[in-house]
Design a protein around this ligand. Structure first.
Ligand SMILES: NC(=O)c1ccc[n+]([C@@H]2O[C@H](COP(=O)([O-])OP(=O)(O)OC[C@H]3O[C@@H](n4cnc5c(N)ncnc54)[C@H](O)[C@@H]3O)[C@@H](O)[C@H]2O)c1
Length: 262
């Protein structure tokens, strides 16, 4: 195997939850470009069906399945379906996530807190647990990639429940990694920062744009393809000695220091 072949996932089945999302759909395209068979999972079937068809037309292997990742029975049915259709499952990328309402701590609704924790944290644990169980039964040297955020490593006003859920995802990663290491399943976490989606670009180009750009040490949002190297590293065999790691790809956003000379 050549050095670069380590990043390819030919014949490997990779599952991406939240595959219809702005970031989720980019992660799907990156895995498809690495020759993986991509299983797209989302609670909304239409966008992922269209994406899967587009990838198939380009010669890729992609199928779409509707599933609410907060529903344990639906996840079990999903894994049975994947087993019937593909007969294996090598990689799980937990990308389904919600932001919740933009509120200071005194105004966060308990129902919103629960919703954010359920999708971002509890479902990441639940889906990973069922998938890891399947991998262990099939003696798969599997990989799980959890998607956090730079807010998993720093605070941001009015994002208390989202940031807390993502910090939880990072610690969940470390704990799952230790539980699964003997089963030859590696668990790592990718923590992106600002991504150049239309919504983010509107903020960066809007009235508060200069303020936010200054908070990002690199001064700009990432283009989605700038996650290619980090995702392929964590999802592929190229990271064979990594487990429990959190990889931040955020232009330094989580670690910005105080500028004393300003
Ligand atoms: N987009 C960014 O700038 C950014 C930055 C850092 C981290 N992230 C994280 O990356 C991940 C993906 O972000 P995105 O940009 O794709 O978000 P998005 O809001 O565009 O998409 C999220 C997707 O998850 C799906 N989803 C939500 N709840 C679900 C459920 N219960 N069951 C199944 N699917 C469900 C939605 O239908 C949607 O397709 C999230 O975890 C997010 O927190 C995003």
């Amino acid at each position: 195997m050549s050095i670069l072949d380590q990043f390819l996932m030919k014949d490997e089945v990779t599952v991406v939850t939240g595959a219809g999302g702005g970031l989720g759909s980019e992660l799907v395209k990156i895995l498809a470009a690495a020759e993986a068979t991509v299983v797209l999972v989302d609670q909304n079937i239409h966008p992922i069906q269209t994406l899967a068809e587009n990838l198939q037309q380009q010669g890729g292997q992609a199928t779409a399945y509707e599933c609410d990742v907060t529903d344990p029975e639906a996840i079990q049915r999903l894994i049975t379906t994947i087993d019937n259709d593909h007969g294996r499952l090598d990689v799980l990328v937990n990308s389904a996530g919600i932001l919740g309402a933009d509120n200071p701590m005194f105004e966060v609704q308990a129902s919103d807190w629960d919703a954010v924790m359920n999708v971002n944290l509890k479902a990441t644990w639940q889906v990973s647990t069922f998938v890891a169980d399947y991998m262990i039964k099939n003696q798969t040297a599997g990989r799980i990639v959890n998607i956090s955020s730079s807010l998993g490593g720093r605070s941001q006003l009015k994002r208390i429940h989202y940031a807390t859920s993502k910090a939880g995802v990072e610690h969940l990663t470390r704990n799952m990694a230790m539980e699964l290491v003997k089963s030859n399943i590696r668990v790592n976490c990718l923590a992106p920062g600002w991504l150049a989606t239309p919504m983010v670009q509107d903020i960066l180009n809007g009235p508060q744009g200069a303020h936010w750009r200054k908070a990002i040490p690199m001064g700009r949002a990432a283009e989605p393809e700038e996650l290619t190297g980090s995702l392929l590293l964590l999802a592929s065999k190229a990271s064979s000695y990594m487990t429990g790691s959190v990889l931040r790809v955020d232009g330094g956003y989580a670690y910005r220091g105080i500028e004393c000379d300003e």
